[in-house]
Ligand binder design. Structure first.
Ligand SMILES: [Zn+2]
Length: 608
């Protein structure tokens, strides 16, 4: 059968050609990433890897922790585990846009499958989330190992007597399946990774506040339902070279959850640090270099706003730890360190979870009168921090035409400046409530998905409120995460405002009151206003013809001497105005009752 075999040959040739084009981009190049030298590492945590003949070996372990399994293989392994152990239940949070289930593994002593049963067992609950950035997948493969060890392997007897574990192995399931060896140029494995953003090219770790994506809405609904006590969002970092393999951090006591931050300071950081060191790892604080071309310039203690997991956790009083494994450490070392961190977190919750639950309650009922919305560098001299760095040299680069950093792989301990960004850059006075008209139902829906309590009006309501009318605004030059962001300044007006039927009143004396403030205050960088959900108020919506406006303006001048004087003064003082016929007419029009009284008026009211 010459014809089919010819077709087959041609198809094979085409495949090889396409593949080699993709790999070489026509340049005939070696595309392996020229990473800085690998630092040698061995640690006791290597004993966590089971032997090759263990029936419960994970797909990543089978590869010597060099590969991460695809979505299908991951789910198949979890289903096998759930079939073998009644303590593991797999629950779908819902489907992604590409129709993949986002799985939650619920691991409890009794094998509970519902929120009600989880709450009934009364134990503290850890939620570990992997794959919000699928290229940074360590949490999934460490999670599978610890699920096995907690259940079928019996490696941690009695731990589930005192704590529950929820694991989201892959949050961005669609990005996870955009698999390639080229997803993470700065990272030492696994061999192939998924892609950072969703199918719609949105970054889920910028979507916690605005909730554009289905994935994030499903996650936030799960946070509201399952109410974990501690939330770990597991990433792999980029940035400069250093010795730490596992870094982690959270919003400190300056934020909106100071009691939870105190618990994290007093219990979590020491316990997790000690556990990691005992197994041979090199834990450290989150590293944000001030200048990635000069590590001696120091580090930032940056405060995330609620578009990020840790900022969101702080604002909604869910203790949230951002875990950033170092991208230049091998996948194997990172997965093992993540396992140790997960185990230490579970052990700590088992012994000190009740203290954390008390802290959460205190944060939820704190209701500060002034709510910080944004953060800036704390004034005064910066402190110093000991930094376990890697030596670097600079060299002249023909590519950039300037001096560049090259990491040498030698270990160095430095004292470097530590600049804290813990000073509020914008603050809002907490109102008694916010009023939102029903025309802004998209915003109302998003607030409801967050779990914010609201009263919906069945009839129109006349309310004494403060509102802001913007006098100037600035649109961003470029789209960011699917939005044209906006900032504005304005003047507050006291108004008796009629809010139509369907309006909502959002009281701020509720557990998520701080979150409502941060989402609704226009000075907040993660408010719906700044994300561009209210751009409609900046457009004029009714028109006036010149043949009407000119004689009307003339009548205004003729009958009002005071106005005539102001007009003359304006013409004299403002040459641009004087030269612009439309601006001159607009000046008069805006003084008439025909002018749109809602133009540039932020429709959300403050009830003081
Ligand atoms: Zn990340």
């Amino acid at each position: 059968m010459p014809k089919p075999s010819f077709t087959l040959q041609r198809r094979l040739l085409l495949t090889i050609l396409t593949l080699s084009m993709a790999l070489n981009n026509g340049l005939g190049q070696d595309w392996s990433a020229p990473l800085p030298p690998e630092l040698p590492w061995h640690g006791l945590s290597e004993n966590l890897i089971v032997s090759k003949d263990d029936p419960w070996i994970t797909p990543a372990e089978r590869s010597g922790l060099t590969r991460t399994p695809r979505y299908g293989e991951t789910v198949a392994w979890l289903e096998k585990l759930a079939a073998a152990s009644s303590q593991v239940k797999l629950i779908s949070l819902g489907k992604s846009p590409e129709l993949r289930d986002i799985w939650l593994a619920v691991v409890t002593k009794e094998g509970v499958a519902t929120v009600a049963d989880l709450k009934a067992n009364g134990r503290p609950t850890l939620l570990a989330q992997a794959g919000i950035h699928p290229g940074e997948i360590d949490g999934k493969d460490a999670g599978l190992m610890i699920l096995r060890d907690l259940t079928v392997a019996g490696a941690h007897p009695r731990l589930l007597d005192s704590v529950n574990l929820l694991l989201i192995p892959i949050l961005n399931v669609d990005g996870h399946e955009r698999l390639a060896p080229f997803g993470r140029i700065n990272q030492r494995g696994p061999v192939e990774t998924g892609w950072r953003t969703t199918g719609g090219n949105l970054n889920l770790n910028r979507d916690y506040a605005k909730l554009d994506t289905r994935e994030m809405r499903l996650l936030v609904q799960a946070l509201n339902q399952w109410e974990p006590d501690l939330y770990l969002d597991i990433h792999v970092t980029d940035g400069i070279d250093y010795q730490y393999d596992i870094t982690f951090g959270y919003i400190g006591r300056h934020g909106l959850s100071p009691e939870s931050a105190r618990w994290l300071d007093e219990w979590f950081t020491p316990a997790v640090t000690a556990a990691l060191k005992a197994r041979g790892h090199i834990p450290g604080p989150l590293v944000f270099a001030i200048d990635d071309q000069d590590p001696s310039a120091g580090l930032l203690d940056w405060t995330a706003t609620p578009r990020f997991s840790n900022g969101y956790g702080d604002v909604r009083h869910l203790p949230t730890v951002l875990v950033e494994n170092h991208s230049l450490k091998p996948f194997r070392q990172r997965v093992l360190g993540t396992y140790v961190l997960l185990e230490a977190s579970l052990r700590l919750l088992a012994t000190h979870g009740e203290d954390l639950q008390r802290a959460i309650l205190a944060d939820r009922t704190r209701e500060p009168a002034m709510v910080p919305l944004d953060w800036k560098q704390t004034p005064g001299p910066s402190g110093q921090i000991e930094f376990l760095g890697v030596q670097w040299r600079t060299y002249p680069s023909a590519v950039t035409g300037q001096q560049q950093v090259r990491w040498t792989g030698e270990l160095v301990t430095l004292q470097v400046p530590y600049r804290r960004f813990t000073e509020p850059a914008a603050t809002a006075r907490r109102p008694r409530a916010y009023w939102i008209p029903p025309a802004w139902d998209d915003v109302i829906d998003r607030l409801a998905v967050h779990g914010i309590y609201m009263d919906r009006m069945q009839r129109p309501r006349e309310v004494e409120v403060e509102m802001i009318r913007f006098s100037s605004y600035q649109l961003a030059d470029e789209a960011y995460e699917g939005h044209i962001r906006v900032t504005a300044t304005g003047v507050v007006e006291r108004r008796r405002e009629i809010f139509p039927a369907g309006s909502v009143r959002i009281p701020t004396d509720q557990p998520l009151g701080d979150l409502a403030v941060v989402l609704l205050e226009p000075d907040s960088p993660d408010s719906y206003f700044q994300w561009g959900f209210f751009l409609e108020i900046f457009q004029r919506s009714e028109y006036v013809e010149q043949y009407v406006m000119i004689p009307l303006a003339q009548r205004m001048i003729d009958t009002t001497p005071n106005l005539r004087a102001r007009f003359r003064a304006k013409l004299a003082d403002d040459p641009d105005f004087a030269a612009d016929p439309k601006a001159r007419l607009r000046w008069f029009y805006e003084m008439t009752p025909y002018h749109d009284t809602r133009y540039r008026l932020y429709p959300v009211g403050w009830e003081r």
